[in-house]
Design a protein around this ligand. Structure first.
Ligand code: HXC
Length: 519
């Protein structure tokens, strides 16, 4: 064969590989409203940046007639490319080949790019669309999954790992995405579950659809397994690109600072009036977030889950930060099991990738009741407490209104190594709200008043006295627990200046194998 013929052969082989499972399977994929594995990569990465690895790999299995049924690439497209000029590694499961099912060699391809990403210090993005373990390969497929899981674990907190679910993701296969930092589900046709509807029915008798068992609504709204619900694959891929704008390439780097076009001294006059006069009246904390961050851009994570706390990424003067904010619009912004878990996970995500945390506090306390106590609010609330206390990134806290009881301590308080703790003049920092305090402190006096009108007047007077004395930021400020009481409209400038000042902060935890977070 001449060298020219050899080049032609290479080109032909590449063309064959690019067809995956063949034109009819590609057509079926498109009919279902899905992109192919390669189309997804093209849309995700900077144009022309993708370099594919292992295009000629085929499976080794000869059982069940697979000896002569081979596809170049074996059902997964792997390689590297760039997003906004920064290197990323990517794998994209190809449903046109054996339903994207995972074989021994398929797993080896994924492991290869994960190993290299870890050495280089670059993020890994996995696009999942697969029937799970390739049934014909038996235990080799299970071993392949476990090899990937082990790498997910080793890469955790070292390089960002992002998973997109753009099709089925079932059985143990869900555990690789679950080990990554962020899961994005396409609301059209993706689902995740450990045990599918058929087995669920057989074992428990429960009759449930695929979507109701593990669709995007379920995992972004109920279980909290997934962080983003995308309306389409295009939106999901765009979200991955956006997310990486806030993250460093690895844990040894700082998040990328970009040019800021929003004046740092921009005042937001409306913030001076945004807190309602009535302390129990709700308002949307996101109105505050949008007004103080650069260009009103806030990438909210976990938007549909535990809405009583808001988490997400934004920038201050071009510097990425993670934002955590109690949301008075839902359950008065109370901390419950789900909100604590959601925020704890986010705080740890920021901390492992050197992203400073800005916390906006308006929290009436922990949610009372047997459901919470029996569900483990103690250990779940402790997760958030632990996460804040362990985090060594710059931590800035702005108390907007309520900051009561244990929840005050938890929400990035001074004693949990909060670096700069500001409060608005509307802040109420105390052990508990006036009503609860009066019922305890004045219980004996109250029991001796029989006339309901007189009792109401007595309570109102005592509550007023308590509010005047404790429902303000100045008691805490007198003790130095608050560094300054600031005018709300200056919040943006004050936060930026604090961030600039403490950007070089160095803090550490004692040497140990690892901490024992109350899981
Ligand atoms: C081998 C598979 C496969 C699998 C699908 N295919 N899943 N081949 N192993 N796991 C093949 C089909 O035979 C078919 O081949 C092609 O992929 C497309 O599949 P269809 O069934 O035609 O597609 P669709 O109707 O869209 O249904 C998709 C599906 C279904 C819902 C994913 O295929 C399915 O239920 N697959 C099995 C899922 C499963 O139980 N996997 C094992 C889970 S246990 P042809 O040649 O006909 O086109 C597991 C353990 C992991 O994953 C443990 C890790 C620790």
């Amino acid at each position: 064969m001449s060298s020219q013929d050899k080049v032609k052969e290479l080109i032909k082989l590449r063309e064959t590989a690019r067809l995956g499972g063949g034109l009819d399977k590609i057509a079926k994929q498109h009919e279902q409203g899905k992109y192919t594995a390669r189309e997804r990569i093209e849309k995700l990465l900077d144009e022309g940046s993708f370099e594919e690895y292992d295009m000629f790999v085929t499976h080794r299995c000869t059982d069940f007639g697979l000896g002569d049924k081979k596809f170049l690439g074996d059902g997964v497209v792997t390689g590297r490319g760039t997003i906004d000029g920064r290197i990323v590694y990517v794998f994209s499961q190809d449903f046109t080949v054996f339903g994207g099912s995972l074989s021994e060699t398929f797993a080896q391809k994924i492991c290869k790019i994960m190993d290299q990403a870890l050495k280089v210090g670059a993020p890994v993005i996995g696009i999942n669309d697969s029937g799970g373990a390739r049934i014909q390969e038996g235990v080799n497929s299970l071993a392949g999954y476990a090899e990937i899981f082990q790498r997910n674990i080793m890469a955790s907190g070292v390089i960002p790992q992002i998973s997109a679910i753009f099709g089925p993701c079932a059985g143990g296969a869900v555990y690789s995405p679950a080990l990554t930092d962020v899961i994005i589900m396409n609301e059209q046709n993706s689902y995740m579950f450990v045990t599918g509807p058929k087995v669920t029915k057989a074992v428990t008798g429960e009759d449930i659809s695929v979507a109701d068992l593990g669709g995007a609504d379920v995992h972004t709204g109920k279980s909290g397994v997934a962080h983003f619900k995308a309306e389409s694959e295009d939106e999901g891929l765009m979200l991955i690109r956006k997310l990486l704008e806030y993250l460093p390439q690895n844990n040894l780097e700082e998040p990328p600072v970009t040019v800021n076009t929003d004046p740092i001294e921009r005042k937001a006059d409306e913030l001076n009036e945004i807190i309602p006069d009535k302390s129990n009246k709700p308002y949307d904390v996101k109105d505050i977030i949008y007004r103080v961050v650069d260009n009103e851009e806030f990438l909210e994570m976990h938007r549909h889950y535990a809405k009583n706390i808001v988490v997400g990424f934004a920038k201050f003067n071009g510097m990425p930060v993670g934002i955590v904010a109690n949301q008075p619009m839902f359950l008065a912004g109370v901390l419950d099991i789900e909100a604590s878990r959601k925020a704890a996970r986010f705080v740890r995500f920021c901390d492992c990738f050197n992203v400073p945390i800005v916390t906006f506090v308006d929290v009436p306390g922990f949610l009372p009741g047997s459901a919470q106590e029996h569900g483990g609010i103690i250990s779940n609330g402790a997760k958030l407490l632990f996460a804040y206390g362990e985090a060594t990134v710059p931590k800035i806290t702005v108390t907007l209104r309520k900051s009561y009881g244990g929840a005050h301590d938890v929400m990035s308080s001074k004693q949990l190594r909060g670096d700069v703790n500001y409060a608005w003049p509307t802040a109420e920092i105390a052990v508990m709200g006036a009503k609860g305090a009066i019922e305890i402190l004045e219980g004996r006096a109250m029991s001796q008043i029989n006339d309901p009108k007189e009792l109401a007047e007595f309570m109102a007077l005592k509550e007023r006295e308590y509010i005047d004395k404790f429902a303000n930021p100045y008691v805490a400020a007198r003790f130095g627990y608050i560094d300054d009481v600031i005018e709300p409209r200056n919040t943006r400038f004050r936060v930026i200046r604090a961030l600039q000042t403490i950007a070089t902060k160095k803090d550490s935890n004692p040497p140990r194998k690892h901490s024992n977070l109350p899981l």
